[in-house]
Design a protein around this ligand. Structure first.
Ligand SMILES: [Mg+2]
Length: 342
C-alpha cells in the first residue's frame, strides 16, 4: 500500500535526520545528560531541563515557499539557514541564549533527496554554530491541492527555545522618553542583496552555507550582542529588525507608549543599499535598542558596530516615528516594512 511505503521512508528519513542532528550538537542528548537538552530526537517528546534561576523563551516562525523564499532564487542551504536565523534573532532581541530547536517540515516528495540534504546542511551548520541542537520535529509530504502530479509547496515551521536569567529578558516595552535609540551593524544590506539575487540568482549558487557578508542569504543573528546588552543592563528596551526599521521601531514605540525620531544622516547604511532599503527593507536581523542618555554604550558590542540613530520622545498626536532628513526637516515615517514575495 502506498501509505505503508510512505511510512517506511518517513522513518528512514527521520532517523537519518536524527543522526545528522546528533552530530550537529555538542550537548548531551542521552537520558541523564546534564545539559539543558536532557533528551533529544528519538522518543515521543524531547526533555528540556532548565537550570534553576533561569526562564524559558519560546519563539515560532513559519517559512513558506513563495512567501518567505523562492525555490528558483534561494539555494536550499540558504532556506535552512534563514528559517533558523529568524528565530535566533528573536532570541537575541530578548537577551536569551539558544538552547534547542524544533522543526516541522512539509516537503514536496521530489525534494526529499538532495534538496532536503542541502536544506539541513544550512540549518544544522547554523544550529551547531549557535549551540541550538535540533531536538525534535515532524516530516510530511506537502499536499498537492491539484491532485497527483500537481505542484506542491515547501512549508517549514520552526520552534526555538532559549533561556535567560529570570526577570532579566529584554522587552520592547521598557523605553523611556529621552532614551537614545541605537542599532547594531548595518541596515539595508539584505534588501540590496535580494535585488542582486533577483537579477542573477546563478551568481549566488555556489556560496558556502553561512558565508559571511551575505545579509539576505545568510543573515547573522546578533546573539552575542543581545547577551551583552542584557547582562550589562545597558538597554531599556530592544527588538530585532525583521520587518524593517520603520515597522520595528513603531512596534517598540507602541509597546513603550512613546514616539521616536530618527536622524537619516546617522543611519549605518550598508554598502550598495539606499536610504529606503535601510529604513524599510527588512530582514537585516540587527538589534534596535534604547538606553538612557547617560548609559555608557560602547562603539562596538561583541565585534559589531553600534550607532546612535535617534531618540525616544513622548507620544503626541502625530506619527509615532519621525525621520529627520538630510535637509534637517522632519517627516512622518510610515511603517512600510518588508513585503513578502508575491
Ligand atoms: Mg522579532
Amino acid at each position: 500500500m502506498p501509505v505503508q511505503r510512505e511510512f517506511a521512508s518517513e522513518l528512514e528519513l527521520i532517523s537519518s535526520i536524527a543522526r545528522r542532528a546528533g552530530g550537529s550538537t555538542r550537548k548531551p542528548q542521552k537520558r541523564g545528560g546534564r545539559g539543558f537538552l536532557a533528551l533529544g530526537i528519538g522518543d515521543d517528546c524531547a526533555v528540556l531541563r532548565p537550570r534553576p534561576g533561569r526562564e524559558l523563551l519560546i519563539t515560532t516562525d513559519l517559512c513558506l515557499e513563495n512567501v518567505h523564499f523562492r525555490r528558483d532564487l534561494h539555494p536550499a542551504e540558504s532556506v535552512g539557514h534563514r528559517c533558523l536565523a529568524r528565530g535566533l534573532s528573536d532570541l537575541a532581541a530578548m537577551g536569551a541564549v539558544p538552547e534547542a530547536s524544533f522543526l516541522s517540515l512539509a516537503l514536496p516528495s521530489e525534494l526529499r533527496g538532495r534538496w532536503m540534504e542541502r536544506f539541513f546542511d544550512g540549518f544544522l551548520a547554523l544550529a551547531d554554530r549557535f549551540r541550538s541542537p535540533l531536538a525534535g520535529g515532524d516530516l510530511a509530504a506537502a499536499p498537492r491541492p491539484g491532485g497527483v502530479g500537481g505542484p506542491a509547496l515547501i512549508a517549514a515551521d520552526i520552534v526555538l527555545v532559549g533561556s535567560a536569567p529570570a526577570h532579566r529578558s529584554l522587552l520592547r516595552s521598557g523605553a523611556l522618553a529621552g532614551d537614545t535609540v541605537y542599532v547594531t551593524g548595518w541596515l539595508g544590506g539584505a534588501a540590496a542583496e535580494l535585488r542582486s539575487l533577483e537579477r542573477s540568482p546563478r551568481r549566488f549558487r555556489r556560496l558556502v552555507p553561512g558565508a559571511a557578508g551575505h545579509p539576505h542569504l545568510y543573515p547573522e543573528p546578533r546573539i552575542a550582542q543581545g547577551l551583552k546588552l542584557a547582562s550589562a543592563g545597558l538597554a531599556t528596551a530592544a527588538i530585532d529588525l525583521s520587518d524593517g526599521l520603520s515597522s520595528d521601531l513603531a512596534h517598540l514605540c507602541q509597546a513603550s507608549g512613546l514616539a521616536a525620531e530618527i536622524d537619516a544622516r546617522s543611519l549605518p547604511i550598508a554598502p550598495g543599499a539606499t536610504l529606503e532599503d535601510a529604513v524599510s527593507g527588512g530582514e537585516d536581523y540587527e538589534l534596535l535598542f534604547t538606553a538612557r542618555p547617560s548609559a555608557a554604550i560602547p562603539a562596538r558590542l561583541a565585534g559589531a558596530p553600534v550607532r546612535p540613530i535617534g531618540r525616544m520622545k513622548k507620544a503626541g498626536r502625530s506619527s509615532r516615528v519621525l525621520l529627520i532628513g538630510a535637509d534637517g526637516r522632519r517627516a512622518a515615517l510610515p511603517a512600510g516594512g518588508w513585503e513578502h514575495f508575491r
